[in-house]
Design a protein around this ligand. Structure first.
Ligand SMILES: Nc1nc2c(ncn2[C@@H]2O[C@H](COP(=O)(O)OP(=O)(O)OP(=O)(O)O)[C@@H](O)[C@H]2O)c(=O)[nH]1
Ligand SMILES: [Mg+2]
Length: 454
């Protein structure tokens, strides 16, 4: 009833005895009748799982005395009012998250991924209404989750007035088409959410260029069939950014555009390479600050160099690299050295490949640095897995950067026990708080040491 958007439904219960209809069919007299109808949200009790109500057993007489027209008109009126109110209320996407826990995922890891996905959706401007999860041995090839779960998602989307369903993994074009057909609202995957955040954040010409390239690279293999199930027009997560209107454009046109953008990125890289050459000539030691998104990289750059780079409690606050000079006096020999510090785009668990590729101009700043400062947000419950994710991405980068200094940030938010543990397990790491300016002197000295080692 809900899926087919029926207003009301009547079921008749037969006695099963008595008059036999010729040619078979239902037998007997009507014993009881039930009316079911959908409930407007104002009457919908969230503790109660259903969005419909079923009447007590009625006699046929009582049933025929029901004024169906006014019941249905009343309901329709109520639904229309709610629908309009919802549209006015929410410029935001109203989102249902779906996660699939397969054999290979540990349950804590799964929880972390889902919390992070919610945070990504909120950063992109969506409101998470509900999270649905399913355990499966592996993702269903057609619909990721099983048939029953797809139906549940559809029902919840209807009941909650969701206009977007976000999956925790990359979806194939077929999966998106099947899911959109069966659920009836737009379906996107995690990569699209990240791309959307990037599209909203991109400020500089280089940033916009790289985001556009990433979006096109993502869309190209997904062109077939997209937009068949539902028109992908309309706003919201996954539709913003320069690449958006290209959805209906031909594959070849997109490919031409990708080549053109790649050419521009190459020029950008050549320009950056010239700048780096100049620095090398002047023999200035360069350090790239890398780390998981929201680790405090921009805050650290600001604290060390009195800069005003944008830093905020948001995922992917920074897209464009910023380089600042840092003057350090080595306490041991009294010599003064200059270090160039570069703040970079944050990393994330399973950074989408299309992003890695498009952001190679930015990431080159990392691979060409003389040393890496790997910043970790210790206050995050999943700091260890974030730490490992960053190491993994660094390992996959084509150029292996020089020495790496591990810096654990936000120690103002951490239990003393953990600090003691870290000191014994990571004796070479530096413990700091960028906002409270703790440990910054030691960090400067460790940087000075890196320079002299070189
Ligand atoms: N409590 C505490 N908060 C911090 C510290 N350092 C940074 N933060 C906060 O962490 C949040 C993220 O800081 P950013 O500097 O924007 O982080 P980032 O690594 O540049 O993040 P992206 O650019 O989004 O990848 C901000 O709200 C900072 O105020 C710290 O030492 N202690
Ligand atoms: Mg930043």
């Amino acid at each position: 009833m809900v899926l087919q958007r029926l207003d009301a439904l009547v079921t008749l219960q037969l006695t099963g005895k008595g008059f036999q209809k010729r040619g078979g069919g239902g037998t007997g007299y009507i014993e009881q009748a039930y009316i079911a109808h959908l409930l407007p949200k104002s009457e919908f009790n969230p503790d109660h799982k259903y969005y419909w109500t079923v009447s007590p057993p009625l006699s046929l007489d009582a049933l025929t005395n029901q004024d169906f027209t006014s019941l249905v008109e009343g309901l329709e009126e109520e639904f229309r009012r709610e629908y309009v109110a919802q549209q006015v209320e929410s410029k935001q996407d109203r989102v249902i998250l779906v996660g699939v826990m397969t054999q290979h995922t540990r349950s804590e890891q799964f929880t972390e991924v889902m919390i992070e996905l919610a945070r990504l959706v909120e950063t992109a401007g969506g409101e998470v209404l509900e999270t649905l999860e399913q355990k499966r041995s592996s993702a269903h090839p057609q619909t990721v989750v099983g048939v029953g779960k797809v139906e549940e998602i559809a029902l919840r989307a209807q009941a909650l007035g969701a206009n977007l369903v976000v999956f925790d993994r990359d979806l194939s074009p077929t999966q998106i088409r099947n899911l959109e057909l069966q659920i009836g609202v737009r379906v996107v995957d995690r990569t699209e959410v990240i791309l959307d955040i990037f599209a909203q954040r991109a400020q500089s010409r280089a940033g916009k260029l790289q985001v556009e390239l990433a979006q096109l690279a993502y869309q190209l293999p997904r062109l077939v069939g997209r937009g068949q199930a539902l028109s992908r027009l309309g706003g919201g997560i996954g539709t913003r950014g320069p690449g958006e209107t290209k959805l209906e454009t031909e594959r070849r046109a997109i490919q031409r555009k990708i080549s053109r953008l790649q050419e521009e990125v190459n020029q950008l890289m050549a320009h950056r390479a010239r700048l780096r050459k100049q620095r090398e000539k002047r023999e200035v030691f360069s350090v790239a600050i890398v780390g998981y998104t929201n680790a405090g990289k921009s805050t650290l750059l600001n604290a060390l160099t009195q800069s005003g780079v944008y830093a905020a409690d948001q995922l992917f606050a920074t897209l464009d690299p910023t380089t600042r000079r840092l003057q350090i006096t080595n306490e041991q020999n009294g010599e003064s050295t200059t270090v160039l510090l570069t703040d970079t785009v944050g990393f994330i668990h399973e950074l989408p490949a299309s992003l890695l590729d498009a952001f190679r101009a930015t990431l080159e700043e990392v691979s060409e640095a003389d040393a890496i400062l790997h910043l970790v947000d210790l206050s995050h419950p999943a700091w260890e897995s974030q730490f490992k994710s960053v190491l993994k991405i660094l390992e996959e980068m084509p150029l292996i950067p020089g020495p790496m200094l591990w810096v654990f940030n936000k120690i103002d938010q951490v239990e003393p026990g953990l600090l003691e543990w870290l000191k014994s397990h990571y004796p070479d790491a530096v413990l700091i708080s960028a906002t409270n300016r703790l440990g910054l002197d030691e960090l400067r000295q460790r940087l000075a040491k890196l320079v002299t080692l070189d």
